[in-house]
Write a protein that binds this ligand. Structure first.
Ligand code: UCC
Ligand code: FAD
Length: 612
């Protein structure tokens, strides 16, 4: 019987070894770059100390309270109950308790209010707000999505400076859970989400009350179906019911989703969509059946007006994409200390640590770009260097959104592999990070390898996956970069070039050992401006241009961070590695020239054997 007792595998024994779970680090205290960046960007000691303590405390709340709530949101997705037991149409969107808690927590933690009502002004307020959103996002069960649109709506209303909407602004920016509102952004219709100008069929019929309309239309994607209000687009019908087609026929409207008696505002929720990821989020199709709405833009200026909202939601998107990268990188590094393979922890294998270093570098690159855009947002709101910073914000916000969205998926995917088979197991909570990440094909640092081997089109086609769809696809945002350049008649590029050159020079002045790194970035900058002067950038190379602008900007930002008083040894390593890996502009654009991938050739390749 002694012998029997030694047998480890028998009911109820299932072996003696169990894997250690990777620990969720405090997302502030575990993120050295975030801490050092904020210290540098907020020189005022009082403001910094206040923010630092709040972020450390919030990090703890995320680990202990918010992350488990986020898991509950994933496990209990929203459901639509269209009819009550007596046959009345109710369109009730049933969300779990954790989702509702997220709304209260968002108010308590001032996740929107900080951006508008910080005692230390808009710059510190925006940095503080986005540091919190960055930490909150991967733990939030996708509540970060309604928050993005809430922030966008608050900004739009603030810019509109419209008295009749002051109460809505106050609710959107409230820190009181009982007052706090969220907003939807209803742009996409069946005919088009990118081409909103052609795609919008919703008609606005004037009522007897000045400025008030009834909307009739079908909104094809609405992610915040449970929000309190929405900003949306529609075409105003004249007395004969005739509407103006195209983008210049669109105006922006404000509506409350419910009437004072609590029923929906002549809106029917037709269905909730069944999605690849973001399942925590109630994304629905809405029929507007005479919804009461208020005209809040000038007639025909709907797209330009809602662009205020897009700028903000695109920055939130970048925060979420970067935060997914930070989350997986943090889990993977912790796991590397716990997991033993071939007799030693995997953190001892240089090949594995190199893999983790790539995740870290990508995350730092995106974090730097994200906070540069947040800094610009704060600065434009503060009114300092307004013209220059307005132009830079206009240029860098679509670039930041598309670049972080793209780099996020290969990074998260690699991070999952670092956790081995357990990374693929649903109830570890890890696979959802990849599902919710909205990106696909590889950015140009990786794409360049294809260019070098003259296999651009072949690889580009083979690697196609899900696109970073919402808030503008990669192509649409790359074209938006061209739009921003065109609208400023090229001034935005001059400002960008001057700003980067100046900051690189300053970096070398404060830390001469960065001269080589700064020299590499500077030389790419010069080459890019030569390319831009020599050849028109056509639509086909819009992506390449956007990625180049992103990677050169990141090079400067990492160098600046390495040169700052708060820099660590790892900041210098990050800048040096980035500079050594950055693909040369000559190769990027030269490869396209050399390959002569003309429109017809691409078309030939794609539609080979296509019967229609
Ligand atoms: O997807 C959505 C919500 C998802 C959930 C939220 C997630 C947030 C993060 C979550 C974290 C987890 S809402 C739907 C988003 N939809 C889009 O992003 C639409 C994508 N399509 C575009 O962006 C297109 O480029 C359009 C719609 C803007 C193109 O429209 P037009 O009318 O053809 O464009 P135009 O004619 O070039 O521009 C009309 C005016 C111009 O101003 P003016 O007339 O003064 O010259 C443009 O300069 O709008 C101005 N404009 C802009 N201004 C256009 N885009 C911008 C811009 N980005 N910034 C400033
Ligand atoms: P299309 O516009 O048909 O695009 C198809 C493809 O064509 C894309 O790859 C695009 O890049 C490419 N393309 C289009 N035009 C060009 C061009 N000129 N040059 C090169 N390529 C081009 N919308 C809202 O308004 N509110 C929401 O709350 C919302 N929530 C969403 C939630 C989820 C989960 C998803 C997936 C989408 C949501 N959307 C929402 C819609 C989203 O914004 C749109 O799907 C997106 O803008 C793309 O529009 P589309 O689907 O019509 O694609």
């Amino acid at each position: 019987s002694n012998q029997m007792r030694k047998i480890p595998f028998r009911h109820p024994e299932i072996g003696t070894f169990f894997q250690a779970q990777p620990k969720l680090e405090n997302p502030y205290l575990g993120d050295g770059l975030l801490q050092r960046l904020l210290r540098r960007l907020v020189p005022d000691d009082e403001a910094y100390n206040e923010m630092h303590h709040d972020l450390a405390k919030f990090g703890e709340r995320i680990c202990k309270e918010i992350d488990p709530l986020g898991e509950e949101c994933e496990k209990s997705p929203p459901q639509l109950v269209q009819y009550d037991p007596w046959g009345n149409r109710i369109d009730d969107i049933v969300t779990c308790g954790a989702w509702k808690r997220m709304k209260d927590i968002s108010a308590e933690e001032k996740l929107i209010a900080l951006g508008y009502k910080s005692a230390h002004g808009p710059m510190v307020g925006r940095l503080h707000q986005f540091a919190k959103l960055f930490m909150f996002s991967p733990a939030s069960g996708l509540y970060s999505c309604p928050l993005a649109m809430t922030d966008g709506a608050a900004k739009s209303i603030k810019v509109l400076n419209c008295d009749s909407l002051k109460y809505a602004y106050d609710n959107l920016t409230s820190a009181d859970p009982s007052q706090f509102w969220t907003s939807g952004q209803w742009m996409t219709e069946r005919r088009g989400g990118s081409d909103v100008g052609t795609g919008t069929e919703t008609v606005a019929i004037p009522t007897d009350e000045e400025g008030k309309f009834r909307l009739h239309g079908y909104k094809w994607f609405s992610s915040a179906t449970d929000s309190d209000m929405a900003l949306t687009l529609a075409r105003i019908a004249d007395s004969d019911g005739v509407v103006k087609p195209g983008s210049s026929g669109l105006s922006m409207f404000f509506l409350k989703t419910r009437k004072p008696n609590g029923t929906l505002n002549n809106i029917q929720v037709m269905k909730l969509k069944n999605k690849l990821g973001t399942r925590q989020l109630p994304t629905g199709e809405l029929l507007l059946d005479g919804a009461e709405a208020e005209l809040v833009s000038s007639q025909g200026r709907g797209v330009a007006s809602i662009s205020q909202m897009l700028t903000i939601t695109r920055i939130h998107n970048g925060a979420a994409s970067t935060a997914y990268m930070r989350r997986i990188t943090s889990l993977a590094r912790d796991y590397s200390k716990r997991r033993v393979c071939f007799g030693v922890p995997i953190s001892k294998y240089p090949l594995h640590v190199d893999t983790l270093a790539t995740l870290e570098l990508n995350t730092r690159a995106c974090t730097s770009l994200l906070f540069e855009v947040v800094r610009l947002l704060g600065s434009t709101e503060e009114g300092s260097h307004e013209v220059e910073d307005q132009l830079l914000l206009r240029l860098l916000s679509p670039i930041m959104k598309l670049y972080t969205g793209k780099l996020c998926v290969p990074t998260v995917s690699e991070g999952i592999e670092c956790i081995g088979g357990q990374g693929y197991i649903e109830d570890t909570g890890i696979p959802k990070i990849l599902r919710d990440a909205q990106a696909s094909r590889f950015p140009s640092r990786i794409l360049l390898e294809s260019l070098k081997s003259n296999k651009l089109m072949e690889n580009d086609r083979n690697r196609g996956a899900v696109t970073p769809i919402w808030e503008g696809t990669t192509n649409i945002l790359s074209l938006d970069v061209l739009r921003a350049i065109g609208k400023s008649k090229g001034d935005v590029l001059k400002v960008w070039e001057n700003s980067l050159s100046r900051r690189l020079t300053n970096s070398v002045t404060s830390k001469p050992e960065l001269a080589r790194v700064a020299g590499t970035i500077s030389s790419e900058l010069t080459q890019l401006s030569t390319v831009l002067q020599q050849q028109m950038v056509h639509e086909r190379s819009a992506r390449l241009l956007a990625f180049s602008l992103a990677e050169i900007t990141i090079g400067m930002l990492l160098t600046e961070q390495a040169a700052g008083a708060t820099a660590s040894k790892s900041d210098i390593i990050a800048a040096t590695r980035w500079a050594s890996q950055i693909p040369s502009i000559r190769e990027r654009f030269g490869a396209l020239e050399h390959e002569k991938i003309a429109e017809e050739a691409s078309s030939e390749l794609v539609f080979d054997c296509y019967s229609g």
